[in-house]
Design a protein around this ligand. Structure first.
Ligand SMILES: *Cc1c(COP(=O)(O)O)cnc(C)c1O
Length: 499
């Protein structure tokens, strides 16, 4: 195309002012306001200018584009005014998926957030005395219930019924996340002193949480003991000196060491810490408040297991196995927790009223033993058969000449720092397409209005309904069906191009 005619094409573009005066756009302005519409009009015009610059546009196609400007501006406006943070359908089967927001909240938690968020509250106010109160009392009382008195009768992941008298003096505080909880514990108990950690526990959790880095930020000195695969109680014992402030145990969370391995029993570490009067903190990461054995997962220590064993303070996430809001929770010896509350870091890491509302709503379900009220726990308790039935229903309605939809055996993953081997048997929808590769298929599912996030394995797209809410099944079915019609549109376009 000659440059002369390109200049002519540029001349055909209206100015922003001209555009804003056209009736269609004036209508938009009255709905959405002049600022947003002007910005969208500029964006659309500048895209057209770019296209002319590429010399791929001729007179005819530009006329077509010009007539489509009002609707292009409207689409642009919709995009610009749409929320960036949106819901997706999690069909990955990973129940606590960090990238997808970990635990979905219970109805009770959401209702409580709504109630507290839109009004004033007694967050830090004692209505009885009329004086200032503490924000942590709202959940501390519930943790007391869950981690003391009656808790002794609660079944837990491991050593059920072991009597531990000190459980009655357990306090709990809440900070922004578990990374913050570990930072607060280390800084409070070991500022300037040494912390003993096994070399087999110097973990990195996703999102750049690394034990040595957090240690450095807390101004504690890391004292590594043992080897990657084997650490004995004698290694800890030898490392203790006058600078030792703390023994730290870290849950391995996202990896396993198998084969020639050794780790001291928690009871032996407790005994050593007591003998030498050194606090013993365990970073549990996930921190379950329910019996994981009940869903067929063994060997994961719960919060109660550690406290019963005599660990002084445990740190754990609010949005992993506890299945509540993002938070970092410190539960343990009242005197140590009191020191953490008095640390000025606690003020910097504190959580807002919305988090307390969500935690209170979640914890009350535990107090009532109503685990099915908590979505992530309900998902863990779903049977393979229930999931299979829903999968069959969708498969029956989406199977077609081009779309092959099977229901096969598979595994769901608990995630959220439970052991990688913590999996649950499930049934999967396995989808393949006559003309499209699995990656393209997965990309189309992600591109739908409510993105569907799936796994791809061996040339097929795998959807696990364990993490899909039953009320989303219909939308999922429609989304899968639409891939079909989308494909038909693409075929028609291709055919048009060829003729
Ligand atoms: C997940 C995890 C953390 C970090 O917790 P966040 O709540 O994500 O900050 C720290 N330690 C362990 C062992 C974990 O599993």
């Amino acid at each position: 195309m000659k440059s002369g005619s390109t200049t002519d094409l540029y001349r055909k573009l209206p100015s922003v002012d001209e555009l804003l005066r056209t009736p269609a756009i004036a209508d938009l302005i009255s709905r959405e306001g002049p600022a947003a519409v002007t910005e969208s009009a500029r964006a659309v015009l500048s895209r057209l200018r770019e296209e002319i610059g590429t010399a791929l546009v001729d007179d005819e196609s530009l006329d077509l584009a010009l007539s489509g400007i009002p609707s292009a501006i409207e689409r642009e406006l919709q995009q610009a005014l749409r929320y960036s943070l949106r819901t997706v359908i999690n069909a990955t089967g990973v129940i606590l998926h960090t990238n997808l927001g970990r635990a979905p909240l219970s109805h009770a938690a959401i209702d409580h957030i709504r109630e507290i968020a839109g009004a004033y509250s007694n967050l830090e106010f004692d209505t009885e005395t009329g004086e200032r109160g503490k924000r942590d009392i709202h959940v501390d009382r519930l943790f007391q219930k869950l981690l003391s008195e009656e808790a002794a009768e609660l079944p837990s992941a491991g050593r059920a019924g072991t009597p531990v008298p000190t459980l009655n003096a357990i306090s709990t505080i809440v900070v922004n996340n578990n990374a913050a909880a570990v930072l607060l514990a280390l800084n409070t108990l070991a500022d300037g002193g040494e912390v003993i950690v096994s070399r087999g526990e110097l973990v990195e959790i996703g999102g750049s949480f690394r034990i040595p880095d957090v240690m450095a930020k807390s101004n504690a000195i890391l004292r590594e003991v043992g080897t990657t695969n084997r650490t004995r109680i004698a290694d800890y014992e030898r490392a203790i000196n006058e600078k030792t402030r703390l023994i730290l145990r870290v849950h391995r969370s996202n990896f396993q060491i198998t084969g020639f391995t050794e780790q001291p029993r928690i009871e032996d570490l407790v005994a050593l810490a007591k003998k030498r009067s050194i606090p013993f903190v365990e970073d549990l990461g996930s921190g379950a408040l329910f019996d994981l054995n009940s869903v067929g997962v063994s060997g994961e220590p719960g919060v109660l297991d550690s406290l019963r064993a005599g660990v002084d303070v445990v740190t754990y996430s609010g949005d992993k196995l506890l299945a509540g809001p993002q938070a970092g929770i410190l539960s343990g010896r009242a005197d140590l927790i009191a020191r953490m509350r008095a640390n000025s870091l606690f003020r910097a890491l504190r959580v807002d009223k919305l988090t307390y509302a969500a935690l209170e709503g979640t914890l009350l379900a535990y107090v009532r033993r109503d685990h099915d009220a908590i979505p992530a726990l309900r998902m863990m308790r779903l049977s393979k058969e229930e999931i299979g039935k829903r999968a069959e229903a969708i498969a029956g309605k989406t199977q077609s000449a081009t779309l092959q939809v099977d229901v096969i055996d598979g595994e769901s993953v608990i995630g959220g720092g439970a052991a990688p081997s913590a999996v649950l048997p499930t049934r999967l929808l396995a989808i393949s397409h006559k003309d499209l590769g699995a990656d393209e298929l997965a990309a189309r599912l992600r591109a739908s209005d409510t993105p569907v996030i799936a796994r791809v394995d061996e040339g097929r797209v795998l959807l696990d309904l364990r993490t899909v809410f039953p009320q989303q099944d219909r939308l999922l079915l429609e989304t899968i069906s639409r891939i079909e019609s989308q494909n038909a549109e693409v075929r028609i376009q291709n055919a048009e191009l060829k003729t």
